[in-house]
Design a protein around this ligand. Sequence first.
Ligand SMILES: NC(=O)c1ccc[n+]([C@@H]2O[C@H](COP(=O)([O-])OP(=O)(O)OC[C@H]3O[C@@H](n4cnc5c(N)ncnc54)[C@H](OP(=O)(O)O)[C@@H]3O)[C@@H](O)[C@H]2O)c1
Length: 338
Amino acid sequence: MKLAVVGATGLVGSAMLRVLETRGFSFDTLIPVASAASAGREVEAAGRSWKVCTAEAALEMQPDLALFSAGGDVSRIWAPLFRDVGTRVIDNSSAWRMEPGIPLIVPEVNGAVLQESDFIVANPNCSTIQMVVALAPLHRAFGLKRVVVSTYQSVTGTGYKAVDQLRAETHNRMHPSEPVPVQPVYAHPIDLNIIPQIDVFMDNGYTKEEMKMILETRKIMSFPDLAITATAVRLPVMGGHSESVNAEFSRSFTLDEVRHILSSAEGVVLQDDPAAGVYPMPLMAEGKDEVFVGRLRIDASQPNTLNCWVVADNLRKGAATNAVQIAELMRQKGWLPY
Ligand SMILES: NC(=O)c1ccc[n+]([C@@H]2O[C@H](COP(=O)([O-])OP(=O)(O)OC[C@H]3O[C@@H](n4cnc5c(N)ncnc54)[C@H](OP(=O)(O)O)[C@@H]3O)[C@@H](O)[C@H]2O)c1
C-alpha cells in the first residue's frame, strides 16, 4: 500500500498524518508531497520519518491512494494525472466538488453513493461537513425544509499562514516593544477582530464560502431544491468552526425526539446541558473527530423549527478525518489494498 499525502507539510496534511495514525490506517510506504520549496524536508508518521517530495516524483511512484490538501490549483492539475496512473484520489480542495460525476462524500450522510469506478472523490467544505452530519439524521426523521446558518470560523481554516498572522498580531499587541513582522493573509487584522468575509465575493453578494455551503449541502443531501442561506464569518479562534443553525422541518417534533436522534447519530456528540454550562466550544473540539451539537431550542417564531449550535475541528472532521473515513470505506469495499 503506497499512500501519498499531497500537502503533507500544511495544516490539513499534518492533521491527515495524525488521523491516519490514530485510526490505524495501515500503509507500507508514505509519500509526503509538498511544494518544491519543502522537498527534502522530513515528516514523522507511523513511527519513522519520511522525506517530502514533489508531485512529479510522487506520480512516478504510482501510489494506490493520494489524499490531496494542497489547494485547488494543485488538485485541478494533479488529481487527473494521478487518476490516470490508477491512483484513487480523495481531494480536500474545492476544485472537483461541484463537478457532475464526482461524488462529494460525508460517509455518515451519503457514503452509499460511492462507487468502485470513482477514482476522484471530493471531500466537502469544512463548514458544510459539520452541518450536514448534524442535520442529516434530523432530515431523515422530520424532513428538512429550510436552513439558515451563520458560521464562526477558526483561522486554521485558512492554513498555516493565517495562524502565523494571528500569532504575530497577538504577539505585537502583548509585546509592543518587540514587534515581529506580520505577513497578512486576511485583508484586515484578525486579532481581536471579526471578519465577515471568507473567500471572495460573488456577483450575488454572497462569498464563495457561503455559496459552497449552500451548493455542497444540496449535493451531499441529494436535495437540489433545499432552501438554504449562509453567512460565513472569520474569528480569532483556533480549535474549530462553530455554527448557529436554524432549521425548519416539514413535520413537528419535540426537543426530546431531537435529543434522542442526535444522541444516537453516527459521528455526533450531544453536549446540551446549558444550566450546567455544557455546550460545544471550539477549544474542546480541537483534535477530536466528532461533530458536537448543543444549545437545542425550539424556535418560537415559526412552527417546526429548531435552533442549535454545531462545533467541530475543521482540520479533523472538516478535512482530514472525513478524507480518511472515505479511504476506510474504499478499503472495506476491497478497492484499496491493506
Ligand atoms: N484548513 C482547513 O480547515 C481546510 C478544511 C477543508 C479543506 N481545506 C483545503 O485543504 C487545502 C490545504 O489547506 P491547509 O489549511 O492545509 O493549507 P496550508 O496549511 O497552507 O498547506 C498547504 C499545503 O499545500 C502544499 N503545497 C502548496 N503548493 C504546492 C504544490 N505546488 N505542490 C504540492 N504541494 C503544494 C504546501 O506545501 P509547502 O509547505 O511546501 O508550502 C502545504 O503542504 C486547501 O485546498 C484548503 O481549501 C482546508
